[in-house]
Design a protein around this ligand. Structure first.
Ligand code: G16
Ligand code: MG
Length: 218
């Protein structure tokens, strides 16, 4: 039986990808590093350090310089998320969170971001979330299962009692590695490995998901 849902943040509950993109683009421009909106797509769900390492590519930087660049990108990002409000919740999120609560299902956040708490507070859903796994919770980033295992553990649940909702390939991979049920949001080219693939959470109800999970034998 499903007892908990673990939601990724960026691309699932809200679209912070655009703000991450603008912050990385500003940094890349300042450093004369090639970067684009397209390149940013590959950074969905990827940690801050790993994102920077991919952007700098072969260019040599000292650890101190890398640290300064991560701090600088984060300053730009934090500045840009100051005006996030409940209006920035993606379609279908509030309805689904309400229905899950009604059904007695626990909710956790499973985000790679160190700014996840700030974002869910600004989105006005902090009080609906029972446990937070964020960029501070574990060492190994997705596709390692650690973040989602931490989240399930915080909810007091087994992986097999948990559903992970993700928009990133590495996120689906992480959840499957952890032995969880998966809902992938987006194109099959990205999240096709998930048990259930949907374009987004718009119009999605717990009753539909429950039926689909039953069909899978859960
Ligand atoms: C998010 C974003 C990534 C970002 C990462 C770390 O992941 O998708 O682009 O690099 O968090 O964010 P921060 O720099 O704020 O620690 P998720 O897991 O919420 O999709
Ligand atoms: Mg994501």
């Amino acid at each position: 039986d499903i007892r908990g849902f673990i939601f990724d943040l960026d691309g699932v509950l809200t679209d912070t990808a655009e703000y991450h993109y603008l912050a990385w683009q500003k940094l890349a421009d300042e450093e004369g590093l090639p970067f684009s909106r397209e390149a940013n797509e590959a950074l969905r769900g990827v940690s801050r350090r790993e994102s920077l390492l991919r952007i700098v590519g072969d260019r040599k930087y000292s650890e101190e310089q890398l640290q300064e660049m991560m701090d600088r990108k984060n300053r730009y990002y934090v500045e840009s998320i100051q005006n996030i409000s409940p209006q920035d919740l993606l379609p279908g999120v509030v309805t689904l969170l309400d229905e899950l609560k009604q059904a007695g299902i626990k909710i956790a956040l499973g985000s790679a971001s160190k700014n996840a708490r700030t974002v869910i507070e600004k989105l006005g859903i902090a009080n609906r979330i029972d446990a937070i796994a964020d960029g501070y919770s574990v060492q190994r980033p997705k596709p390692a299962p650690d973040l989602f295992l931490y989240a399930a553990n915080q909810l007091g649940l087994e992986p097999s009692q948990s559903v992970v909702v993700e928009d990133a390939e590495a996120g689906i991979e992480a959840a499957l590695a952890g032995g969880m049920w998966t809902i992938g949001l987006g194109p099959a080219s990205r999240v096709g490995a998930a048990h259930i693939v949907l374009p987004s959470l718009a119009g999605v109800h717990w009753s539909d998901l429950h039926a689909k999970l039953n069909e899978l034998g859960i």
